[in-house]
Design a protein around this ligand. Structure first.
Ligand SMILES: Nc1ncnc2c1ncn2[C@@H]1O[C@H](COP(=O)(O)OP(=O)(O)O)[C@@H](O)[C@H]1O
Ligand SMILES: [Mg+2]
Length: 283
């Protein structure tokens, strides 16, 4: 094995152990969550690198990447997300967080979710209830087996025996009707112990309201159980300017233009393009 590969593997070992201690995870929890075997994790811990293939290294690197938010700016929106999550956890509330695309929901929630007993999952449009709960159980380090009722109960029991757990569901606007009904059950079974944050685009809230008004099964009950809503405001001009400056933009005209961006994602994209055009990017 060459020196670079060895360094890469040692870094992986350090990052795994840092991640586990930050989140309070055992090796068994991580194995279920990252979908690898415990033997693999032991081999890494004991530096038995001959047992670890390059594709396994890649798999674990990409797992860690999905759990890492990168360089975070402490914007008003980011601070609001942290405070909402803390509130949901402490008072066992169910909170709805809405924001336009690119306002930083996923980034902020990913950063927040490095905390202990915080379980974050992203709703995918193709998920049926069983797949949704399987994904939640894996996230919690519990083998995702059994029928849907077993899974809901396992998730509820798991959440009820943790200290101040928080469940974070991203892309909540995509949650389908059947999943919503099971999520309602989960909330009922865990509301004395667990907070929930549901994050989505503004249509998440609008559609819940619309379906509730139409009298569609379960929607008005679910909507009523959301204790609090928060809408992200986007970047202020001075925040956008600060981010642009710290990314190497110095031209006053460019700074003025960038300071008008309200969505973090748009700002980063513009900065990226300008840096390419100004020849500041390394290839
Ligand atoms: N607080 C933040 N600090 C650093 N970068 C951020 C922050 N919020 C958002 N971003 C950047 O903006 C981009 C879009 O944010 P994202 O979290 O994907 O938005 P959303 O989930 O609301 O659509 C991210 O890729 C990231 O580069
Ligand atoms: Mg997102």
């Amino acid at each position: 094995m060459n020196a670079t590969k060895l360094q890469e593997k040692n870094e992986l070992k350090a990052r795994i152990s840092g991640y586990c201690s930050e989140k309070g995870l055992s090796k068994a929890d991580l194995a279920v969550k990252a979908k690898v075997s415990e033997a693999t994790l032991s081999a890494i811990e004991n530096e038995r690198w001959e047992k670890i293939s390059d594709s396994m290294v890649k798999k674990l690197q990409s797992f860690l990447k999905s759990e890492t938010a990168g360089n975070i700016y402490d914007t008003a929106d980011f601070t609001a997300v942290v405070s909402l999550c803390d509130t949901a956890r402490k008072y066992k509330l169910m909170i709805g967080l809405v924001g336009d695309t690119g306002t930083g929901k996923t980034t902020s929630l990913t950063a927040y979710s490095r905390r202990k007993n915080t379980y974050r999952l992203t709703f995918e449009k193709s998920m049926n209830p069983k797949q949704f709960f399987a994904s939640l159980l894996s996230e919690m380090g519990i083998e995702p087996v059994g029928n849907i009722n077993t899974m809901v109960n396992k998730a509820a029991n798991g959440l009820n025996c943790k200290e101040e757990p928080l469940l974070v569901i991203d892309e909540a606007g995509k949650i389908t009707h059947p999943v919503l009904l099971y999520l309602h059950d989960l909330r009922e079974k865990t509301k004395g112990n667990c907070g929930i944050v549901l994050a989505g685009m503004p249509y998440f809230r609008d559609n819940l309201k619309k379906n509730a008004q139409r009298g569609k099964e379960g929607y008005s009950e679910f909507l009523r159980r959301i204790n609090l809503w928060h809408t992200l405001g986007g970047l202020s001009a001075s925040e956008a300017r600060f981010v642009a400056r710290s990314n190497g933009i110095t031209e006053p005209e460019e700074l003025r233009e960038l300071s008008q961006k309200r969505r973090f994602g748009d700002l980063m994209n513009e900065i990226y393009l300008k840096r390419i055009l100004n020849g500041q990017m390394e290839y």
